[in-house]
Design a protein around this ligand. Structure first.
Ligand code: NAD
Ligand code: DAU
Length: 359
């Protein structure tokens, strides 16, 4: 039975990944989820799996080397999938230091503890051990012209404190691979959307505000472009990279699903209007009149677009969920999980931790 150490598994992508993996592999794998439960970590995301014998949650900070070392000592970890990070660009502009601490120092601690646990006396590594570092397309900077794409060879040019901290963490992983032949991969993915996404990010924020008739803030001219990927497709790609990818390689994940922010907002409004029943009182609230252009994000990257050629050619992965389908699935999920959204926006999920874990 293979054991996975997943960091940041109580967050958006990490929890989707855990659900995906437990559905796919069942009892063939064991998952140890390590998360500090910051504002972005929510154990409600994992309620359906929390009682499984092959799933364990440990509350720990990835910067705490004693705690992480102990987890490696007490569990024979085969795979690390490292999601834990501060992930929101706007927060990084207001408060950069925590991004440096978690994303850079935290990654260094994870690498060092994995290395200590997996290294043989002669400096080689135990058979089959693998570390996957989950990173972002934002490390490549901003594209100005249509037809340009981010490739694995595109030079790093991060602009925000968030992307600079992720770029630094990627460089550390590269340094471990180059210096020690540490068995790792890096994945750089585009914007994700789907169930359990915290409503500080564009798509869940727009869905939540629109349903309450609140203003829909669009930064700048609304024409910045992001390349949107349904989160389950990302989870599948990560698994495929660990199973089929070549060690020491970087793989870009994304896939020609570029949209301007204003298009995203308009699609969400139209889809909500289609999906809400005639007699649903929220239907009258959802309107394009709610769109409000606000001050632009500082240093706002204009366009991101991934060329997923390498992962397709070497591993056979490509995105399966087209945006029209993915956004309907996402909205349907939010309709079915109104309580989740209420708890997240009211902060009452933090009460739940206190009750469940005395933390
Ligand atoms: P998220 O903010 O939803 O979740 C982050 C998780 O990490 C939370 O559960 C949080 O509690 C945990 N965490 C934060 N600091 C920690 C610490 N010091 N120790 C332990 N746990 C800690 O983030 P997300 O959107 O799920 O992103 C996950 C990863 O994927 C990040 O590394 C991010 O850079 C990367 N990524 C995200 C996207 C995206 O669109 N969301 C795209 C590409 C890459
Ligand atoms: O590209 C991958 C990155 O995608 C990840 O590495 C990050 O962790 C993730 O947060 C995301 O970063 P973005 O900054 O692209 O995502 P966000 O949802 O914050 O914003 C998407 C776009 O929408 C961006 O151009 C800013 C704009 N925006 C965002 C918000 C929250 C608005 O216009 N209004 C808003 O209220």
């Amino acid at each position: 039975m293979r054991t996975y150490l997943v960091t940041g598994g109580a967050g958006f992508i990490g929890s989707n990944y855990i659900h995906y993996m437990l559905k796919k592999y069942g009892n063939e794998i064991r998952i140890v989820n390590v998360d500090a439960l910051t504002y972005a970590g929510n154990l409600e995301n994992l309620r359906e799996v929390e009682d499984l014998d092959n799933y364990t949650f440990i509350k720990a900070d990835i910067c705490d080397k004693e705690a992480i070392g102990k987890i490696f000592a007490e569990n024979d970890i085969d795979r690390v999938v490292h999601f834990a990070a501060e992930s929101h660009v706007d927060r990084s502009i207001k408060e950069p230091e925590v991004f440096v601490k978690t994303n850079v120092l935290g990654t260094a601690v994870m690498l060092n503890c994995a290395k200590a646990a997996w290294e043989n006396a002669d400096g080689s590594f135990k058979e089959g051990k693998k570390f996957l570092h989950v990173s972002t397309d934002e490390v490549y900077g901003s594209l100005e012209n249509d037809g340009e794409y981010f490739y694995e060879t595109t030079p790093y040019a991060p602009h925000s404190p968030y992307s600079a901290s992720k770029a630094s963490s990627d460089m550390l992983v590269r340094a471990y691979m180059d210096t020690y032949k540490f068995p790792a991969n890096i994945t750089n993915c585009s914007n994700n959307y789907g169930p359990y996404q915290f409503p500080e990010k564009l798509i869940p924020l727009i869905i939540n505000n629109a349903l309450q008739g609140k203003k829909l803030p669009v930064y700048g001219d609304g024409k910045n472009v992001r390349d949107w990927l349904y989160v389950e497709d990302h989870a599948k790609a990560i698994d495929m990279v660990q199973e089929k990818g070549r060690l020491f390689e970087t793989y870009n994940i994304g896939g020609h699903n570029e949209k301007q922010n204003i298009e995203i907002v308009e699609i969400i409004i139209e889809t909500l209007q289609e999906m809400l029943k005639e007699d649903d009182p929220r239907r009258a609230l959802v309107s394009k009149d709610l769109i409000t252009y606000v001050e632009d994000r500082k240093g706002h990257d204009r366009r991101y677009a991934i060329a997923p050629d390498k992962i397709k050619a070497e591993i056979g992965w490509e995105p399966e969920t087209m945006f029209a389908e993915g956004i309907r699935k996402t909205i349907a999920w939010f309709f079915e999980h109104e309580e989740w959204m209420k708890n997240v926006t009211s902060g009452s999920y933090q009460e739940y931790y206190k009750k469940m874990y005395q933390i």
